[in-house]
Design a protein around this ligand. Structure first.
Ligand SMILES: *[C@@H]1O[C@H](CO)[C@@H](O)[C@H](O)[C@H]1NC(C)=O
Ligand SMILES: *[C@@H]1O[C@H](CO)[C@@H](O)[C@H](O)[C@H]1NC(C)=O
Ligand SMILES: *[C@@H]1O[C@H](CO)[C@@H](O)[C@H](O)[C@H]1NC(C)=O
Ligand SMILES: *[C@@H]1O[C@H](CO)[C@@H](O)[C@H](O)[C@H]1NC(C)=O
Length: 578
């Protein structure tokens, strides 16, 4: 109620003004489309216009983008709060005139309120903290990055013109003003001269952005980055002479070398890799670098050899894993020399290979040469060969030539791969010896006749025979078989048996022996069967299968207090005829 009273006072005052100045059309007038410009941020309860009604209109109604700020009462259009251009720059309103019954008499007509900018927003940085980096040899004027600030006030007016400035640099060494920021673009640059990471690795800066009334600060961190502009330098250019016996143990460290690099520690710019560029084409030496100290340990990786390389004139190079910056190159200070003299040690003979292999047929004649081995003494002494582990006594070796001969019949079925050791001993000197293996593969010849896989108990029939019977049997062979297995053929061992017995093949290994009639005597028949392996040359075996035509046997077993009748083996046998 209080507000309303005040409002009325204001209205009256304004009306007085309008009428007083008689400026109809500026402050009051009939309903028609109109545009007003009002500064944002002004005090509340400002009257904008008074609409005059013409009968039968009695009241006015306001609609559109009022945002709860614009109102109309008794024809007075006013705003009850300060306007904000950054919230809404233009309000589109409509005003209608109503009669006493609330029906629209006039309008709606558009009323446009333009909100004019004042500098009521402070500039803000897009980020509160910026980080940039500069390589340590960069020239003054190099761009490091761009700072971006923003002001909500109307673009392209004095209210939104921003200006950047560095207000602080920490540390101030080697001096202040090392960086600059372009006042109107925010471009951040190196100002005075190239920086060195060794001097100061990092700078903290405070940058201010301002419009005509406000200032905002932000924090900028600049890292100085190292580059590989220093080469490794050897502590000395010549590591002198060293004499080692050729049997010096593999893995021994024989020399310690050292180079230093002034680039930033523990980076690829200062880490050192040592290479041998001359004097070790066989790679007998290797160099490990201690990552903490860049010390190089030269060690033996493969056995030294007086006979092939008695002198090594070595050149070491120290390198960085990272490439050098253009313009910087390795020079003589990154190289060092070293002489390694290898002395002779009497060594055992060496076989030309560790395993010698040969292949012969298992039926070679006694005295055949089956293979040969070769060894040489590094010092050029004569060699005497001998055999070891010839468990079957099959072989002998010529002590002078290393040729190996058979001295007994060989048998693949006993040893398909016969392994012995050959020993080479130097003649004279320290009688040093070394050992290699000789593997003799025996290839198969068909030297085993077929046989039965097991013993067959034969055909067992009750006498007299009631019907024909048969027995299936299986044959095998000890020779090497093809993948498809053996292909035996089967036949009766004697033509005279053909009236009573018959052999029929089932497949390569199995056949069936059967009776041809039932008129057999009560006795055991031994039936010879011929089995042929069809090999090269074909081998035939004769086996005998028993055909038993016997009376049925009942076996009585006496068990404690119990009489049992079974047809099984027993202690008391009583043959019965049926
Ligand atoms: C190293 O050996 C070479 C060649 O034998 C010799 O000329 C030189 O004097 C030796 N250096 C040292 C320091 O013994
Ligand atoms: C190699 O270059 C370094 C500087 O990078 C210098 O100190 C040194 O004397 C040079 N060595 C030679 C042999 O030129
Ligand atoms: C066997 O002797 C012959 C000559 O006699 C030779 O060419 C061959 O290399 C020797 N074989 C082996 C394995 O030593
Ligand atoms: C040959 O026949 C026997 C008896 O029928 C059988 O058990 C066996 O598996 C057969 N063998 C082959 C290779 O077919």
């Amino acid at each position: 109620m209080m507000v309303q009273v005040q409002l009325h006072c204001l209205c009256l005052f304004t009306l007085y003004l309008t009428t007083g100045y008689g400026q109809e059309g500026r402050f009051s007038g009939p309903l028609k489309p109109m545009t007003f410009s009002i500064f944002e941020g002004q005090e509340e309860s400002q009257i904008i216009f008074q609409f005059k009604s013409s009968p039968p209109a009695v009241t006015f109604k306001l609609s559109g983008e009022t945002d709860g700020i614009f109102h109309i009462q008794d024809g007075l259009l006013y705003h009850s709060r300060a306007l904000d251009r950054e919230t809404r720059a233009v309000h589109k309103l409509q005003v209608s005139a109503l009669d006493a019954y609330g029906a629209t008499v006039e309008g709606p007509v558009p009323i446009t309120i333009e909100v004019k900018d004042i500098n009521d927003n402070r500039p803000v940085f897009l980020q509160s903290k910026y980080e940039g980096s500069v390589r340590q040899n960069s020239r003054p004027g190099s761009n490091i990055g761009t700072l971006v600030a923003h002001d909500m006030d109307e673009a392209n007016t004095i209210n939104s013109v921003l200006e950047y400035r560095i207000v602080d640099q920490t540390p101030k060494s080697p001096r202040e003003g090392l960086f600059l920021v372009q006042a109107y673009t925010g471009v951040f640059q190196l100002a005075l001269y190239s920086l060195k990471k060794q001097d100061t690795p990092q700078y903290q800066l405070t940058v201010e952005v301002s419009d005509k009334d406000f200032k905002t600060l932000c924090h900028v961190q600049i890292n100085v980055i190292d580059i590989n502009d220093q080469i490794p330098i050897f502590e000395k250019s010549d590591y002198g002479n060293l004499t080692l016996a050729e049997d010096t143990v593999v893995g021994s460290i024989i020399l310690v070398i050292q180079a230093t690099d002034a680039d930033e520690p523990f980076t690829g710019s200062s880490k050192i890799l040592y290479r041998i560029t001359q004097g070790d084409s066989e790679g007998r030496l290797g160099i490990d670098t201690d990552p903490q100290t860049n010390t190089g340990y030269v060690m033996i990786k493969k056995p030294l050899d007086f006979e092939t390389a008695a002198i090594h004139n070595i050149v070491f190079q120290a390198e960085n894993p990272e490439p050098l910056v253009p313009g910087v190159e390795y020079n003589a200070s990154s190289f060092a020399t070293f002489n390694l003299f290898v002395t002779d040690v009497n060594e055992a003979p060496r076989f030309s290979q560790q395993v010698f292999q040969a292949k012969v047929s298992e039926d070679v004649a006694i005295g055949t040469k089956v293979g040969n081995v070769t060894a040489k003494d590094p010092e050029g002494l004569d060699i005497s060969y001998s055999l070891r582990g010839d468990m079957r006594g099959w072989l002998k070796i010529d002590p002078v030539t290393g040729e190996i001969f058979s001295v007994a019949p060989l048998d693949r079925e006993a040893e398909s791969l016969y392994r012995v050791q050959v020993v080479a001993t130097e003649v004279g000197g320290s009688s040093l010896s070394s050992i290699a293996s000789f593997h003799l593969t025996l290839t198969d010849v068909n030297d085993n006749p077929p046989r039965l896989v097991k013993e067959y108990t034969g055909l067992l029939f009750c006498y007299p025979l009631r019907e024909a019977g048969s027995l299936i049997f299986e044959a095998t062979d000890d020779d090497q078989q093809s993948l498809q297995g053996p292909h035996f053929t089967f036949s009766l061992g004697s033509e005279s048996l053909q009236n009573d017995w018959e052999v029929s093949k089932i497949n390569g290994t199995h056949a069936r022996l059967s009776t041809k009639h039932t008129g057999f005597e009560e006795r055991v028949y031994n039936i010879p069967i011929l089995i042929n392996d069809g090999g090269q040359p074909p081998l035939e075996g004769t086996v005998s299968l028993p055909g038993m035509i016997l009376a049925v046997v009942f076996i009585q077993m006496k068990n404690k207090g119990r009489d049992n009748v079974e047809n099984a083996q027993a202690s008391e046998v009583k043959p019965l005829r049926n």
